[in-house]
Design a binder for this molecule. Sequence first.
Ligand SMILES: Nc1nc2c(ncn2[C@@H]2O[C@H](COP(=O)(O)OP(=O)(O)OP(=O)(O)O)[C@@H](O)[C@H]2O)c(=O)[nH]1
Ligand SMILES: [Mg+2]
Length: 320
Amino acid sequence: MNFQGLQKIERAEFYIELAFRAARKQGDKIYMRTSGEQFLRIKKTEIERVKEFAKTIREKMDAITKNFPSIDGMPEFYQELVRTTIDYDQLKKSLGAVKWASEHVRIFARKYEQKMRGAREQGTLKRQSTEFYGRASSLLKQIKSNLAYLEESRGIMKTYPTIKTELFTVAITGFPNIGKSTLLSKLTPAKPEIKNYAFTTKNLNQGYAQYGIHKIQFVDTPGVLNRHQMNAIEQQAYLIMKYLANLIVYVIDLTEPYSIKEQEKLLKTLAEYDKPIVIYLSKTDIIDAATTAKAKKKYRAITSVGDLRARIEKVMQQGR
Ligand SMILES: Nc1nc2c(ncn2[C@@H]2O[C@H](COP(=O)(O)OP(=O)(O)OP(=O)(O)O)[C@@H](O)[C@H]2O)c(=O)[nH]1
Ligand SMILES: [Mg+2]
């Protein structure tokens, strides 16, 4: 899913002003086009103004409710991401309020149109239309905070990663600075940032590779630590592993930027996802052969990218 294209939601005053402008323009047009008795010309013009005002507001409000992604229809990964980053009830309430405003603008416009048709003099017409604009504007002002919350939610949703939820997905995980992004760059054409310090990766890196007829999605997660308090990006990494990963590649770094004990402890926590796990030993080019051989046996680990590719392909075939 892609949240980048969500339309900005403006403040209530913006829509009111827009509607006034459209109404004025429409009124002028109608007045010019209508002939006959002056009072009837003015009546027609004022009625069309009111209608145009309502139409403009309704179009804008309906576009908001229609374009806002339906949470219930989203893949689980995104649903939970929404629930952890946005107040879901408030979001629903806000969308409901926008719908309510649109509907009531329609009702008011009908009501005032009828009233205005019965008007016998210009003063009455003027009073009626002013009353309509006042009531319709006040409806929009009532949903001010709802519009603001929708705009705030849109801002949060724009930061969501664009993940292809239908592809076979491999999550690459492990402690910071152990070579996860380097591995991604070897498995796919992706060019993630690679640096000699921890927490280089601050967003999810994605890469894609074709395995026979299948496209595989790789997600390189920021280094995770053994801790319960997760920040936003760790939360995303957690949801990727929970909902999207078909396979987890756990990277162990024998040069120990983090102790082997810590790395083993984190590995154990991955059992909760109940996904196939493959262990990959990074940086074996700078580790002595005996240590590598011992670790390879202990973890039944993989040490070459070629072997890792073959294993991924095997897991994918089994999963089908
Ligand atoms: N010699 C050697 N160095 C490696 C290997 N893989 C990674 N490195 C180095 O280790 C450092 C960290 O690599 P990254 O790929 O950025 O590590 P990361 O796990 O993505 O780090 P974070 O994003 O901070 O969690 C860089 O200096 C890499 O060049 C490897 O197989 N051999
Ligand atoms: Mg990285």
